[in-house]
Every structure is written in structure tokens, then in C-alpha cells.
Design a protein around this ligand. Structure first.
Ligand SMILES: [Zn+2]
Length: 152
């Protein structure tokens, strides 16, 4: 499933996109920006992915670029099993939230994907010990989509 980087978050079953949540890393082939991320970016991202799976699915997505399935990885002592969930990261200014497939870790590590600068900044700046929960936020935002609009 491909969504352009920084487009509004949407999901096939959702009635509308969620404008405060921005897509990152929803790739479907090799057509994406390549580049270097800061040292420690993958360590931080691995911690976030293992700390809280968001929108966990019942199936495993293979990597759309190399086709590998059930990707396991370990990074600085963090064990990862990728392709089943998303990772949500709040922007440092608190204005919006980035939503990426957990496979984004593999895209950066193995395929040289360069995520948008804002996402890299957000990952580098987020506290891995705060009790902020992407899953809790997702539930609230999705519930809002189904609330009837106020009548004029
Ligand atoms: Zn791959």
C-alpha cells in the first residue's frame, strides 16, 4: 500500500483521512528518496517500535521492496519482528504525529530509504520513557471520525 510521504493518514476502512497524522514510509517499490540518517536514528526507532505496536494487524506484511517476510532484526539489544504494526511518533512541536509501518526500520537499514526530515527529527527528539501512547491517540482519533458531525 503506497501513500506519499507527509500525506494525511488514511486507512482503507476509515471514512476520512486524519489530517493531524502524517504518513511516512508507506513504500511499495524502489522509487523513494535515498540518503543517510543520523547515527543512532535506527537505535532510537527500534526502541519506539518495540515499545508500542500501533494498529497491530493479524497478518504479516512482507517487505514490498525485497519480498522478505517475517523480518526479524536486532538493534543495540532491541529485538524486532517487523511487518505487523505501525509506529507513531509525535512531532517535537506537538503539532502533528507521524505514522509509519514498522517496516520503515528495515527500509532505512537495508534499502537506504531517507524518511522526511521532520520524521527523523521527531524520532531523535521523542522521549522513549514518556507515557505518550500512539495507540491510545489512534483510538481517540478513529472514534472521532465516526462521531456524527454537528448540525448547522
Ligand atoms: Zn526489504
Amino acid at each position: 500500500m503506497r501513500y506519499p510521504d507527509l500525506s494525511e493518514y488514511r486507512y482503507p476502512r476509515l471514512p476520512r483521512p486524519i489530517p493531524s497524522v502524517l504518513n511516512v514510509g508507506w513504500l511499495d517499490d524502489g522509487d523513494y528518496l535515498h540518503g543517510e540518517v543520523p547515527a543512532h536514528f535506527l537505535v532510537k526507532l527500534a526502541e519506539l517500535i518495540s515499545r508500542e505496536p500501533v494498529n497491530q494487524m493479524r497478518h504479516i506484511d512482507p517487505c514490498p521492496i525485497c519480498g522478505e517476510e517475517g523480518i526479524r532484526a536486532s538493534n543495540a539489544g532491541t529485538e524486532l519482528f517487523l511487518g505487523t504494526a505501525e509506529v507513531w511518533v509525535p512531532s517535537p512541536e506537538g503539532i502533528h504525529v507521524y505514522a509509519a509501518p514498522d517496516l520503515v526500520w528495515h527500509f532505512v537499514d537495508q534499502h537506504g530509504y531517507l524518511p522526511p526530515h521532520g520524521f527523523v527529527e521527531a524520532v531523535m527528539n521523542v522521549s522513549t520513557t514518556s507515557d505518550w501512547s500512539g495507540e491510545r491517540l489512534r483510538e481517540v482519533l478513529v472514534a472521532e471520525l465516526y462521531r456524527p458531525l454537528p448540525k448547522e
